[in-house]
Design a protein around this ligand. Sequence first.
Ligand code: PLP
Length: 376
Amino acid sequence: MYKIMSAGPTQVSEKVRMARSLETTNPDLDEVFFDFYKDTCDILKELLHSSGDAFILGGEGILGLEAACATLTEKGDRVLVLDNGIFGKGFADFVTMYGGEAVLYTCDYRRPIDVDELRKFLEKDSDFKYATVVHCDTPSGILNDVSRICPLLAEFGILTVADSVAGMFGEYLNVDESKIDILCGGSQKALSAPAGLTMLWVSPKAMKVMENRKTPVAAFYANILNFKDYYKNMAFPYTMPISDINGIRAALENVKADKDIFQRHAKIAKATRAAVTKAGLKLYPEEGYSNTVTVVEVPEGLTDEQILMTVRNKYNVLLSGCFDVLAGKVFRIGHMGENARVEDMTETMDALDKTFSDLGYKLNCSMKDEFLAQLK
Ligand SMILES: *Cc1c(COP(=O)(O)O)cnc(C)c1O
């Protein structure tokens, strides 16, 4: 087994794995399961400070992004797509797929969105039904400040869809205070359950807009409205993956019990960035680093493939490369959720030290030593 230190999926605790092996019932007929599902959604609301609705859908993180766009978009709707990263830009595909007009607001991929610049743009054009923004854009490791961006959009009467699949539970997030209308999450990033579930938090305002659509939603599986009254009607739109829900419940209980989860992420991320830069490597972001993932440029003379294959095949550590415009340019260390542990990161830094040495690339110092020194 490799040590999974990729930018998601992350390692899964024994408690979560055991919960997934519990005896199962018929989730469409057993009233106990409806309460269990609802209680689990209530934990989601509590942990992210939301007074709206929360739902868990069977399907990976991408399903949540698509469901938000599918259920909000009507033909011809103008949608502002905040694009300072690969996932940020990717929202345009979901918007257009469901008949909307995606207006890209494109910024530097090495920096978070500048809120003052965005305000200037909105003062000229704010005729949008909703806007999309990514909290942590995982391919580049950029953290956008949704606690300022979403309230600004709300000020201009624009609904907000925020993707925090790779931010939530590693970075503090407050749905109500940030005025996020639809928040999208996934099971397999900092929450550290296996891949397979998406979570959605929906504000009463967004729910009303979706209910008052003039045209039907062009999707069934990705239609949030199909979940709206599941508890009242004691009916899910499709059979819930009960073992996955058991697993996510245990993962949420882990997070709930982890009182300094954000400090843990911040400390490990800071030490990682310091180790990488002191060793002479370059971080991809220039500012606005997410504490869930560190994105490092592939240095001159090496390829991402050489680094990723050596660290995996010789040292058993699985790291991420990248895709789209960053393909081949960076490698990524995912230190989120269960991965954000000193022992795992020490082993990872040691494996990278040895990998660079094997490849004949001279680092200015040992990343492992520097990482540990930073934690003192
Ligand atoms: C992982 C991730 C998703 C979900 O992608 P999957 O391919 O379903 O795992 C969405 N948004 C961001 C920012 C992510 O990091």
